[in-house]
Design a protein around this ligand. Structure first.
Ligand code: AMP
Ligand code: TRP
Length: 342
């Protein structure tokens, strides 16, 4: 708790980013987009970023990157993130991200970067051949957050290590220069209940990289595809349990109940109270109806929005201008602290 003390001087501000790497799915919606939309009502200023510069740490086809950046923006808006209330933009349009990332490249230590599990996973055995950007990735992420003096960062569990590194960078910068300039950011880690698992294997996360399209519900799937994927989802032969404890050791059943609860804004207890004892032959159609009712409007809104790329580009440009109003003075002050002649 002692670390939260320095933040007393900072206005609460939420920042989060998602890579425009394609194939938005139900996991992204329930684990990120829907939560972002819900958090807007709390009245805290929220900044959401399509991190296109993070995406190119591994090869991206330029046309696909552009399309996916617009599609992700449409996904945010279709999920209920209001581009007027929140700030919605793509990273490369606010050059302060790259500028602060360079300063942080000079604050962070090689050893910190090489310890990151995501670096080890993504670079694999062939580290010599990975891009330098992939190694430096967490310094850019720290810059994303700190260039807004963001205090709260909602992310999935897998990003926790990068947020700890963000704190380390802020602490070292503040110490090195004898200032109290960057806040010590609080991670807002998503609860396990919103970890959406694969429809083919309840022990694996639903993921865009799963080779089986039946393992995930894409936000672009139509009603038939959604219903079919739920009907064919893997389950065990038992009916749903009468109590929440009965879901333990039944990963597929638990996943479907969790999805139902998250989509309906109910607790798992409430879902079990209503559906406990049902066979999957009964529960799956209810879940399919619910999923179609909730997701179909999102997918059609995404279609409508992506049909007009110019409008999306206008939203991103406007968001970038607003983002820049916050980032530019913080960047200026950073240069001054570091000793750059301005
Ligand atoms: P990714 O698709 O891995 O780039 O993740 C983008 C965002 O969606 C991050 O905030 C993740 O934590 C979230 N996310 C991705 N997959 C899942 C999942 N299966 N369940 C819950 N959240 C997810
Ligand atoms: N690294 C995050 C991911 O892969 C994306 C990201 C980039 C991010 N910058 C961020 C998330 C800043 C939160 C805050 O999911």
């Amino acid at each position: 708790m002692s670390e939260s003390q320095p933040n007393a001087a900072f206005t609460p501000r939420v920042f989060s980013g998602i890579q425009p790497s394609g194939n938005l799915h139900l996991g992204n919606y329930l684990g990120a987009l829907k939560r972002f939309a819900d958090s807007q009502t709390a009245g805290i200023q929220s900044i959401f970023c399509m991190v296109d510069m993070h995406a190119i740490t591994v090869w991206q086809d330029p046309e696909a990157l552009r399309r996916q950046t617009r599609e992700l923006t449409a996904g945010f808006i279709a999920s209920g993130v209001d581009p007027e209330q929140s700030i919605l933009f793509n990273q490369s349009q606010v050059t302060e991200h790259a500028q602060l990332a360079w300063i942080f490249n000079c604050v962070a230590r090689m050893g910190w970067m090489q310890r990151m599990t995501q670096w080890k996973d993504k670079a694999g055995k062939n580290q010599q051949n990975a891009s330098l950007g992939l190694l430096a990735y967490p310094a850019l992420m720290a810059a994303d957050i700190l260039v807004y003096h963001a205090t709260h960062v909602p992310v999935g569990e897998d990003q926790k290590q990068h947020l700890e590194l963000t704190r380390d960078i802020a602490i070292k910068f503040n110490n090195d220069f004898g200032v109290d300039f960057f806040p010590i950011t609080e991670p807002v880690i998503e609860g396990t209940a919103t970890r959406v698992m694969s429809l083919r294997d309840g022990t694996k996360k639903m993921s865009k990289s799963d080779p089986s399209d039946m393992s995930r519900i894409n936000l672009t799937d139509d009603a038939d595809a959604i219903a079919q994927k739920i009907r064919k989802a893997k389950t065990d032969p038992e009916p749903l349990p009468e109590s929440v404890e009965g879901l333990e050791d039944r990963p597929e059943a638990r996943n479907l109940v969790n999805i139902y609860a998250a989509l309906a804004d109910l607790s798992v207890e409430q879902v079990i109270a209503e559906h406990g004892g049902q066979q999957f032959g009964t529960f799956k159609p209810s879940l399919a109806d619910l999923a179609v009712a909730k997701l179909e409007p999102i997918s059609s809104e995404m279609k409508r929005l992506t049909a007009d790329p110019a409008q999306i580009d206008t939203i991103l440009r406007r968001g970038s201008e607003r983002a820049r109003e916050i980032a530019a003075p913080i960047m200026e002050k950073t240069y001054e602290i570091v000793g750059m002649v301005r």
